[in-house]
Design a protein around this ligand. Structure first.
Ligand SMILES: Cc1cc2nc3c(=O)[nH]c(=O)nc-3n(C[C@H](O)[C@H](O)[C@H](O)COP(=O)(O)OP(=O)(O)OC[C@H]3O[C@@H](n4cnc5c(N)ncnc54)[C@H](O)[C@@H]3O)c2cc1C
Length: 577
């Protein structure tokens, strides 16, 4: 059941308390309550996702953030290498977390990502070989909203059809789809077609897969929670902000945790409440929330904690560090004709008729995510940067940068101009070597932490994103675009390296894929926050299950890898029962 006030809770002690009803937390909640004897409470700071149109209608996804009631509304610190710009850094504050507010692109990364994770943690359980079975558990591949013939657009053997979360191919074909395919044919040595990037082979450009079913967003809330919500042993409290983890003694020579302190934002007086876990507390508050709660609880770098006046319970220098992100640069072109979808963003009659169509039968442009085709590409092996920097990709099947192709103005944070038609090739840096951090700005749990991803702070990152932008120019020079693209828009007309760097610095932000702030490492490693079983190092009773545990950012939009981590985490937790 979903409760809105602490007084509605049926008990104060549960087997497991999960902090955060987000992407990962609701997977664990579902899997653990498969056993009717296990009592699970999930505490979520955000609101219910019911009847919130921007999070239900796929194409409206980008309007779900920033600066909305279901966003944490964070801002990154001014980024030195991006003209000192600070910009919004959305995170979902709603049932389903970021899976409810994201752009729905869905896949799992390269098989190399998982094999590297297995090597780095010394645990073969994280290898691609073992992790693939969780795709079957997680994924319910369904027909696209327009019911078109999908032969040749994906490889069925790579997918699950009986899992929980609906995944589909694009539900509304676009005028540019054929132009993209023709470009892949014409320039196949640089931009090969990938018949299916949903199963570990990500290189090349192909059809996007999205967490959409029946023309509607499929989030961890609409799938894992809805699936399990009628179970009497699952309890979810919303409007509940967790402020601290409470120790209850020592076990096996380590500090043991059993209590969770939280404050309801839905009561007249904000007083702390307490709940208890007899088995484990599962921290699933995401890459920003998880380190914030650890630090508020005295788990983190002693120097930082002491400076804030917080007594150190576990001195761990890695908490909040190793933050890694995919840098995003929109490369916008002006186009002719009326094929582009910009009118939807301008809110005129096209939006009205599209919304009426979506309401009537969940089809049309609004039933789709922002992209029909995307892909992952490598820098050439003889690139000059590799003379001084080792290849940071997770392996030969992994990429250095990504293209996301959108038939409209896709520039997160900057509104579409009042007139004009646009086409965007978004480039993203997929193998960044920059590392940033999250740390407390205040001991007040209701104050946002300091978030500094330190984007483009290495020579490799600046080189790779520059080369990615150059690649978009070669892509757009194919004959398929000759009668469509009029000219590059604004700073996208850059040609020299210096001009491209200026274009990047002035427009770059991120794909909102933070990971690494509670990194998983080998049990005896000198750094890291959790061990390969996702248990908090130096503690008993706490596991961390969310995107923050990834040591290296996967070759994916991060919801898919987060789902797989949460599925395996559920098995690890069950194995200890
Ligand atoms: C705008 C945007 C677009 C994106 N687009 C895509 C995309 O297209 N495809 C893709 O794969 N990925 C995308 N991502 C990234 C992806 O959604 C996330 O990486 C992933 O969902 C993170 O899952 P998580 O479980 O780690 O965290 P979350 O899903 O963020 O879950 C954390 C939960 O914990 C709650 N919480 C935090 N602190 C507290 C607290 N103190 N007390 C109680 N509850 C708390 C939060 O409210 C949230 O519900 C996008 C993200 C954003 C923000």
């Amino acid at each position: 059941a979903i409760y809105t006030k602490p007084l509605q809770l049926p008990r104060i002690t549960y087997d497991y308390v999960i902090v955060g009803a987000g992407n990962a937390g609701l997977v664990v909640a579902n899997r653990l309550t498969e056993n009717p004897k296990i009592q699970v409470l999930v505490l979520e700071a955000g609101i219910s996702d019911e009847n919130v149109l921007p999070v239900i209608v796929p194409f409206l996804g980008p309007t779900a953030t920033p600066n909305t009631p279901f966003d944490w509304n964070y801002t990154v610190t001014p980024q030195t290498n991006l003209d000192n710009r600070a910009f919004p850094y959305p995170r979902g504050k709603i049932l389903g977390g970021c899976s409810t507010v994201n752009y729905m692109t869905h896949h799992y990364g390269s098989s190399d990502d998982y094999d590297k994770l297995a090597r780095d943690t010394g645990d073969a359980g994280w290898s691609w070989n073992n992790m693939q079975k969780y795709i079957q558990a997680h994924e319910k591949f369904v027909p696209p909203a327009d019911g078109h013939n999908t032969t040749g657009q994906f490889i069925p053997e790579k997918h699950g059809f009986k899992g929980v979360t609906s995944i589909s191919l694009p539900g509304n074909s676009q005028g540019i789809d054929a132009r993209v395919l023709s470009t892949l044919d014409e320039l196949k040595s640089e931009f090969p077609f990938n018949p299916d990037m949903g199963g570990g082979d990500i290189l090349g450009i192909g059809w996007a897969q999205s967490s959409i079913g029946n023309g509607t967003r499929s989030s961890s809330s609409t799938s894992y929670l809805r699936d399990a919500n009628s179970r009497p042993n699952l309890h979810v409290l919303i409007h509940a902000t967790v402020t601290k983890l409470i120790p209850n003694g020592f076990k096996n020579g380590r500090v043991s945790f059993g209590g969770v302190m939280f404050t309801s934002t839905n009561t007249a007086i904000r007083l702390p409440s307490f709940v208890y876990a007899t088995k484990e507390i599962i921290l699933s508050a995401g890459s920003i929330g998880t380190p914030q709660i650890l630090l508020l609880s005295g788990i983190g770098p002693k120097k930082e904690l002491s400076a804030m006046g917080i007594p150190t319970i576990i001195d761990n220098a890695s908490v909040g560090k190793n933050m890694s992100e995919h840098v995003l640069v929109p490369n916008i072109f002006q186009v002719t004709g009326s094929e582009s979808l910009d009118e939807l963003l301008r809110g005129g009659s096209f939006l009205d008729t599209s919304l009426a169509q979506w309401t009537a039968n969940k089809t049309g442009p609004l039933s789709n995510s922002v992209t029909n085709q995307l892909g992952f590409l490598r820098l050439p092996q003889n690139s000059s940067i590799f003379q001084t920097v080792p290849d940071p990709s997770t392996g030969p099947k992994s990429s250095h940068f990504e293209f996301v192709i959108a038939n409209f103005w896709l520039n997160p944070g900057i509104s579409v101009p009042a007139t004009g038609r646009f086409f965007t090739i978004v480039t993203a840096l997929i193998s960044p070597t920059s590392r940033g951090f999250v740390k407390l700005a205040s001991t007040d749990p209701f104050k946002a932490p300091i978030i500094n991803p330190q984007l483009l702070s290495t020579a490799f990152d600046r080189f790779a994103i520059r080369e990615a932008v150059k690649a978009t120019k070669r892509f757009a020079s194919a004959s398929a675009w000759k009668d469509y693209i009029i000219a590059p828009f604004g700073s996208n007309n850059a040609t020299t390296d210096d001009e491209i760097d200026a274009h990047v610095r002035s427009l770059a932000s991120t794909v909102f894929h933070p990971i690494g702030t509670a990194t998983m490492t080998k049990a005896g490693a000198s750094w890291g926050v959790v061990d390969p079983n996702l248990k908090l190092k130096g503690a008993e009773g706490i596991r961390i299950v969310d995107a923050s545990v990834w040591p290296t950012i996967p070759n994916a939009h991060t919801q898919g890898p987060t789902y797989l981590v949460a599925e395996r985490a559920s098995d690890l937790i069950k194995a200890d029962q």
